[in-house]
Design a protein around this ligand. Structure first.
Ligand code: PGA
Length: 255
């Protein structure tokens, strides 16, 4: 079975409301014109999610993801946003475990596993991020780090749930730095993650699970990365804020 490609845009903490409206409008015009065949996801900040889901249901050009979700169901957790809330406004996926969440907000694998569970409970597809920091790569520990992140964050799931998870490999040293992993480096880690999934869940799941690459992926290098057999698309930060670049990346994922 051939996996379709997925391109997801992580807007992070950028743009005011008017800029977000403009970006969505520009994306709609370009996506409508170019009609890329890959699945397109945009992940704006929380305050713009409903604008995005309204547009998504009207034009059906992209799906909408959140950048984070609470690790609790509901209640006295000031400032948090639950999976149920996201579901109730039509959000269909959610980035979980981004390295910026792990680093600045101290999110560990146990917390992330709880977030994954709640997302799945509300039929929100987790885009679960893993990746090593530079010192770990230099010490050749990246495979161990990624194995631990995948095992502790995801491998408690049963087959029916793991089927609905997207994994994103994002080497931390490549995020926002302009230093992309080479296609060979990306392929090596993606194949390793797929092997872990195969050992745990078998061939069928391993061959259908999507593994995205993220980390300075842009309109210039996307083609090469997406040409790797185990790279099923990208999680795009900086380049997702420019409609032309993002749609060009979507087109490159559609070849
Ligand atoms: P970047 O970010 O494309 O700006 O490197 C990717 C990400 O953090 O998801």
């Amino acid at each position: 079975m051939k996996r379709n490609k997925i391109v997801a845009g992580n807007w992070k903490m950028n743009l005011d409301f008017e800029e977000a409206q403009t970006l969505i409008e520009d994306l709609e015009n370009l996506l409508d014109e170019k009609q890329p065949s890959c699945e397109v996801i945009i992940c704006p900040p929380f305050p713009y999610l409903e604008l995005a889901t309204d547009e998504a249901s009207e034009h059906e050009l992209f799906e909408v993801g959140a950048q984070n979700v609470a690790a609790w169901e509901s209640g006295a957790y000031t400032g948090e946003v639950s999976a149920k809330m996201l579901d109730s406004i039509g959000v269909s996926c959610c980035i979980i475990g981004h390295s910026e969440r792990r680093k600045y907000f101290g999110e560990d694998n146990k917390t992330l596993a709880a977030k994954v569970n709640l997302a799945l409970q509300y039929e929100i597809v987790p885009i679960f991020c893993v990746g090593e920091v530079l010192e770990e790569r230099e010490a050749n520990k990246h495979f161990d780090v990624i194995r631990k992140q995948v095992e502790e964050g995801l491998f408690h799931l049963d087959i029916a749930d793991i089927e609905n998870v997207i994994i994103a490999y994002e080497p931390v040293w490549a995020i926002g730095t302009g230093k992309t992993a080479t296609p060979t480096q990306a392929q090596e880690v993606h194949a390793f993650i797929r092997k872990l999934v195969k050992e745990k869940y078998g061939d069928d799941i391993a061959s259908q699970i999507h593994i995205l690459y993220g980390g300075s992926c842009n309109a210039k290098n996307a083609s090469e990365l997406f040409a790797q057999p185990d790279v099923d698309g990208g999680l795009i930060g900086g380049a997702s804020l420019k409609a032309e670049d993002f749609v060009s990346i979507c087109e490159q994922a559609s070849k």
